[in-house]
Design a protein around this ligand. Structure first.
Ligand code: ARG
Length: 276
């Protein structure tokens, strides 16, 4: 009888152990099934921060500025990013990168959003989700003032050396629409501006407000009034990882709200003043 009882006890103990294990496994697998990716709306809220990728060389969209002795990344896009973080109730972390690495940063999950004055186009739409357009502008040509009477109309660009940022719409434009262009692709816009100032190149192509901004900050440079280049889609939008639809929708709501409140316009004007 005693033997029976202890055997029974062993069976009971073993059985409860098994159940415990089973439960443990179940809990684990449930956690796996509902694993929240860090770049989704929920994931961003869970980690308490949103990671922005940008290329801070593009005033007034995003640029470096020393404020109170401290180097800061500021601009129109940054104000938008701050507002998004605010609305989501999370912190904003900024990663300043080469423009052509931004979409890759979204696919690997290193970045949650990209705001970088980026034009959505069919190629990029294969790689990422884009929000609605939040700003529209065409592309302008920036030149050294000494070239003022040599470059006045689009045809004057033929055969010229043109500075563009790597991986941008402008690089594509220069390579495909301008005859015999000698295209110099660089990773940063200030470098392009430097090449222009030292007359190593004849002109540069940038979004109109960016070209104007560099002209305002550099006495020896100017924007060619008579040239406006179109790449087909003249707007900029926020990018997130492909298929990250819930976040895309939320961002569209936030953008619409900021626009309705007149904030987008206000931030753009302020950023343009700050860039001068
Ligand atoms: N709008 C152009 C593009 O989408 C250039 C954007 C460059 N942006 C920047 N932050 N440097 O390709």
């Amino acid at each position: 009888m005693k033997k029976m009882i202890s055997l029974l006890m062993i069976v009971v103990v073993l059985a409860s152990l098994l159940v415990a294990c089973g439960n443990g496994e179940k809990e684990g697998s449930q956690e796996n099934n509902s694993k929240v990716e860090s770049y989704t709306l929920e994931g961003i809220k869970n980690k308490g921060k949103i990671i922005l990728g940008t290329s801070a060389d593009y005033p007034p969209f995003e640029f470096h500025k020393v404020i109170d002795g401290k180097d800061e990344i500021v601009g129109f896009d940054i104000e938008i990013a701050k507002y998004i973080a605010d609305q989501l109730g999370v912190e904003l972390e900024i990663k300043d990168m080469d423009f052509d690495k931004l979409l890759g940063g979204l696919s690997t999950g290193m970045l949650d959003i990209v705001i970088a004055g980026m034009n959505p186009d069919p190629e990029r739409e294969k790689e990422a989700n884009f929000t609605d357009i939040y700003y529209e502008s065409a592309h302008s040509v920036l030149i050294h003032k000494e070239n003022a009477d040599k470059i006045v109309k689009v045809e004057d660009l033929n055969g010229k050396s043109i500075g563009v940022q790597i991986g941008t719409t402008q690089e594509e434009l220069a390579k495909t629409t301008i005859e015999n262009a000698d295209v110099l692709s660089l990773s940063s816009n200030p470098d392009i501006v430097m090449n222009l100032k030292t007359k190593k190149i004849d002109c540069a192509i940038m979004e109109e407000p960016v070209a104007k901004s560099f002209a305002a900050a550099n006495d020896d440079l100017m924007v060619v009034e008579g040239i406006s280049l179109s790449a087909g889609s003249e707007g900029v939008a926020i990018a997130v990882k492909k298929g990250n639809d819930q976040l895309t929708e939320k961002l569209n709501e936030i953008l619409a709200d900021a626009k309705a409140k007149g904030l987008l316009e206000k931030w753009f004007v302020e950023a343009s003043e700050l860039a001068e």
